[in-house]
Design a protein around this ligand. Structure first.
Ligand code: RP5
Length: 160
């Protein structure tokens, strides 16, 4: 069973979610990806969340845009951590997705990331940080990842 379950509200979210998938592949951590919608396939969504919560999933990543209920509905049906990716939208630039994801009522937490691709990348890293608490190999890879970013900045030369 995959440790990370990624759910997106529509296949149109895949371009953004791919940023998370790239990171998880780089870290060689098992994950699975599903398209399930809080509004369009609510029964199937709940069945899936309940089933994988029992089978060994440790963290959910939920990506949705617009009136983005997905992460919140997932969180309502599990006690596992849920990380939300607010998808950038054409009408409101993802502010709709962000507010729908982040403004959860007390008692049902969702860890909302930033809007769009940066949020997707961070969702994977945040999931890895959660798994890393009990996995020294993941922690070591996270340290190497941060160090490579640090060196890239440190070694950046600009001509003025
Ligand atoms: C949301 O509605 C999805 O997560 C997607 O971001 C948005 C638009 O979906 P499509 O109309 O592209 O399928 O539920």
């Amino acid at each position: 069973m995959s440790k990370i379950s990624i759910i997106m509200g529509s296949v149109s979210d895949l371009e953004t979610v791919s940023e998370a998938i790239i990171v998880l592949k780089e870290f060689k951590v098992d994950f699975e990806v599903k398209v399930l919608s809080a509004h369009r396939s609510p029964k199937e969504l709940v069945q899936y969340v309940e089933a994988v919560s029992k089978k060994g999933t440790k963290v959910f990543i939920a990506a949705a845009g617009g009136a983005a209920a997905l992460a919140g509905v997932v969180a309502a049906h599990t006690i596992l951590p849920v990380i939300g990716i607010p998808i950038e939208t054409s009408n409101l630039k993802g502010m709709d997705s962000l507010l729908s994801t982040v403004q959860m009522p007390g008692g049902i937490p969702v860890a909302s990331m930033a809007i769009g691709k940066a949020g997707a990348r961070n969702s994977a890293l945040f999931a890895l940080e959660i798994l890393g608490i009990a996995d020294k190999k993941i922690q070591a890879k996270l340290c190497a990842y941060k160090n490579s970013m640090r060196l890239k900045i440190k070694n950046t030369k600009i001509k003025v």
